[in-house]
Design a binder for this molecule. Structure first.
Ligand code: TRP
Length: 453
């Protein structure tokens, strides 16, 4: 276990462990809650197809680049950037990327923990047997939660404490053990829910909504949201993947691992979307319901399903697990920096991180009710944090990483570290150098109204 020394770092127990924890980080509320709510409120297919394109052309190459920096740099995000910059003769200012990531991860964690708390609340409701029979009751159920900062704050505290607790225990013991059990079961439940969506929901309508391309829905805002979500769903740009990569041994193939992670994350997103939208349309609910979408649709489906209460319990339990393994990866970058930079113990670093995130999370709870009037650029605190992180911080940090690995580190070193065989290296490098950065810049320009086409 890496406690304070930056020389002896822990490594995952084997290659699959790394794949699993990285999937654990990537697959979370982003793929289940965020994907369906954003797709629902951004016109469906336009969002989904741009998202898929961004995952393939920007997400995958950047995921590999971020793992590469972590593994080469062997340190927390700031240190990994410093180490690689020194090795390749680049400016130490590149460490800024690490800083932005670490702090951004904490901002995300503050509202991520609140939304995970909603899931915990719904799990509790399923356990005690709350049933919603009508769409109106389901909508009211979510509104009651959003109106109650104490209830939200309570669950936020529980989830945050659990996540920080795992990080306090350490990387291999805590994070790896948690992911290994939870991820496979979550996947099975999602398949089950999708099948159920075919039985009682309106699957053709869902597929039409998600995949029938409607060019008119393709507004600049939708494109930016979809790109932001590609970053979010793959945990990119915030040091999380970098720090996990820093615990990776030299033998593991970065390319293969990344394909697994991208595949799993995308599949979970698409499955969730199909399950949720088939039920949404089947029950005549509105896909554009906003952040509460899955909590307004699924409980209704569970109420009408044979054995629905049990399925509900399992579903919320495993979504909570998925959220937990992601939340862990949002805590780890900062904690590893604290331990390595100041030589303090992991336990202290973890609980020291808990406090500020907890406070900001409480403010997020209030932003749905008492503080709803308080807005930043017209958004409440929750939306402001989410949009700032996903539409500004992550793409900018991703752009910096693409430029750093593609142009600054030196081709020979990058080739040696990434170990791609055959034509895979030139292809990846080309995409990383040109396609990914250009894609990010174009989406930004398009959003600011400078459309070159
Ligand atoms: N990818 C996770 C999800 O989809 C969320 C997440 C975890 C994340 N770690 C991250 C997002 C780092 C951005 C950066 O739920």
């Amino acid at each position: 276990m890496s406690q304070s020394s930056s020389f002896v770092r822990s490594t995952w127990s084997n290659r699959w462990a790394f794949v699993l924890v990285t999937i654990g980080s990537a697959v979370g509320l982003g793929n289940i809650w965020r994907f369906s709510y954003l797709a629902g409120s951004s016109g469906g297919s336009a969002f989904v197809l741009v998202y898929l394109l961004c995952v393939a052309l920007i997400g995958l190459p950047l995921l590999m680049a971020e793992i590469l920096i972590g593994r080469r740099g062997r340190g927390n995000p700031v240190q990994a950037m410093l180490n690689t910059a020194e090795e390749t003769g680049n400016s130490p200012w590149w460490a800024l990327v690490g800083w932005v990531g670490m702090l951004g991860a904490l901002l995300i964690l503050s509202y991520y923990s609140v939304v995970s708390g909603w899931i915990a609340d719904y799990l509790y409701q399923a356990v005690v047997g709350v049933r919603v029979e009508t769409a109106a009751a389901a909508e009211q159920g979510f509104r009651d939660l959003a109106d109650d900062p104490v209830r939200m704050g309570f669950w936020h505290t529980v989830v945050l404490t659990l996540s920080v607790g795992v990080v306090a225990r350490g990387v291999v013991a805590g994070i790896e053990a948690a992911s290994r059990i939870m991820m496979p079961i979550l996947f099975l439940i999602l398949v089950l829910l999708t099948l159920w969506g075919c039985v009682v929901g309106d699957m053709p309508a869902a597929l039409h909504f998600m995949f029938d391309f409607k060019a008119e829905a393709l507004t600049p805002g939708v494109v930016l949201a979809a790109m932001g979500h590609a970053f979010f769903s793959l945990s990119l740009g915030m040091g999380a993947i970098m720090v996990y990569g820093s615990y990776l041994d030299k033998k593991t193939s970065i390319g293969q691992t990344s394909l697994w992670v991208v595949g799993a994350s995308t599949l979970v997103g698409l499955l969730s979307g199909m399950a949720i939208f088939s039920l949404t349309f089947g029950y005549g609910l509105a896909p554009a319901a906003g952040p509460g979408l899955i909590l307004q649709t699924l409980p209704l489906a569970f109420a009408h399903m044979p054995g629905g209460r049990l399925v509900a319990i399992f579903f919320f339990l495993f979504v909570l697990f998925a959220a937990w393994t992601s939340a862990i990866s949002l805590v780890e970058p900062f904690v590893s920096w604290l331990t390595e930079r100041y030589g303090i113990r992991r336990v202290q670093a973890a609980w020291g991180t808990w406090a500020p995130v907890w406070l900001l999370g409480l403010a997020v709870c209030l932003s749905f009710n008492h503080w709803a009037e308080f807005t930043i650029a017209g958004l409440n605190l929750f939306d402001a944090l989410d949009q700032f992180a996903s539409k500004i911080m992550m793409p900018l940090s991703g752009l910096a990483i693409a430029i750093y690995v593609g142009w600054m580190m030196g081709k020979a070193l990058v080739r040696e570290e990434v170990q791609l065989r055959g034509g895979a290296f030139p292809l990846w490098f080309l995409v990383l150098r040109y396609v990914a950065p250009l894609g990010i810049v174009l989406v930004f320009c398009h959003n600011l109204g400078w459309t070159p086409w």
